[in-house]
Design a protein around this ligand. Structure first.
Ligand code: NAD
Length: 375
């Protein structure tokens, strides 16, 4: 723990192997799991537990290789460390990924097996929902382990975290709008929502209520049509997203959509969305955006509503408090945008600075406590 230098650890797509990446990003623990009987296969990544147990959702995805699944768990769990830190909640960073396989085999037995694996970690990792998981799977895991969050409300939990995530992203968009346009009103602002799934749907609803014009793309036609049926959005082709003439781009699908190929196409003034790890290469792409005068609200700051709701569940669920804590994303976003301007650094760097400061402080306190205990 003494050589912990998170400051030097930047996320870049360049690495020799996933294990080397784990070492570079300073993960505390990475667990590969496989169960022949159920076909369960994947990884749990525990990046850092200085601030508390590592909490992060479980993603089920169609990974093409073990390497790509491991890289994803590494990137996602690391993101959770900084997300919880910047949100002021006492949680560390963790995440799990499950390799898609045969969907018909992902039954109750499958999820109970996964729960056993989570339970064996003794609370170092708490799982929750992510892409491909819902309260149904969480409910299946509950009899096996108490280290789950995002439990159904009928079981005393906070339920689907997506509405909270969407609310935080909405506030992040409003804060960035205030900074750029002088008013937080979204009246007639054109917003492109990429991915109109759980978070995208709730976000689009709030944007429309605030007077924005919402354009949405999704590779899943069923999901898109459902949104069109319920919301006054304009569907667009997924291929159209990056060059679309709009004020705001809200990535709510998957990560790495901000990169040297897409950035030159952007006409957006603001990028603010729910997807994790939107920047393919954090430093490079955050600077490219800054050079182009595009205001980027860091993903791990504004998409923290879900984890804030999960944390509330860990300490005793109180819905009102979860909304109130999520509300702070507005002022925190303004604060980060201000630091970025004053110090002439990217918004991503400004957010990392704040997140790292809290972790470094906690580390010092822990060191002092250990020192005192040994005297
Ligand atoms: P979801 O699976 O419900 O929705 C994602 C949608 O994006 C899907 O409908 C999918 O078809 C679509 N999509 C995938 N690739 C696309 C592409 N190239 N173009 C257009 N659409 C595409 O997931 P979600 O829970 O809404 O989460 C969305 C993102 O936000 C994910 O990156 C997730 O990790 C992140 N996030 C979610 C939460 C949460 O509370 N759910 C919290 C923090 C971060």
């Amino acid at each position: 723990m003494s050589s912990f230098t998170l400051k030097e650890v930047q996320l870049s797509p360049k690495y020799q192997s996933p294990l080397e990446l784990a070492e570079r990003m300073q993960h505390e623990q990475v667990l590969y799991f496989f169960d022949e009987e159920t076909g369960l296969k994947g990884f749990i990544g525990i990046h850092n537990t200085i601030l508390g147990p590592a909490l992060g959702g479980c993603r089920v995805w169609n990974y093409t290789s073990l390497d790509s699944a491991m890289v994803d768990v590494l990137r996602l769990s690391r993101g959770m460390t900084f997300k919880s830190s910047i949100s002021g909640i006492d949680l560390g960073g963790g995440k799990s990924v499950i390799i898609h396989g045969d969907a018909s085999r992902r039954d109750e037995k499958f999820w109970r097996k996964f729960a056993e694996i989570v339970d064996e970690l003794g609370g170092r990792y708490i799982t929750a929902e992510d892409v491909g998981t819902s309260t149904k799977e969480i409910a299946w895991m509950m009899p096996v382990t108490r280290f789950v969050s995002g439990k159904p409300p009928e079981h005393g939990g906070g339920g689907d975290p997506s509405p909270f995530t969407a609310y935080g992203v909405f506030l992040g968009i409003k804060a960035a709008t205030k900074k750029i346009y002088g008013s937080e009103s979204l009246e007639n602002k054109k917003v492109v929502v990429q991915g109109i799934g759980h978070v995208g749907f709730y976000l689009a609803k709030r944007l429309l209520e605030d007077g924005a014009k919402v354009f949405a793309a999704d590779i899943n036609q069923e999901v898109l049509q459902n949104a069109v049926r319920h919301l006054n959005i304009t569907p667009i082709d997924p291929e159209e997203v990056y060059a679309f003439d709009a004020d705001i781009y809200a990535p709510c699908a998957l990560g790495a959509t901000i990169n040297p190929t897409t950035i030159p196409q952007f006409k957006f003034k603001i990028i603010a969305g729910a997807a994790n790890n939107q920047l393919e290469d954090e430093n490079r792409d955050a600077l490219l955006l800054k050079e182009r005068g595009i205001t980027y609200a860091p993903d791990f700051l504004i998409n923290a509503g879900g984890v804030i709701n999960c944390f509330q569940e860990v300490i005793g669920y109180d819905e009102k408090q979860a909304w109130q804590k999520t509300e702070k994303i507005y002022s925190q976003t303004l604060h980060i945008l201000q630091i970025s301007e004053e110090e002439n650094i990217s918004t991503h760097e400004a957010a990392m600075k704040i997140a790292l400061e809290r972790i470094e402080k906690a580390k010092l306190i822990r060191k002092e406590n250990v020192g005192q205990a040994s005297h």
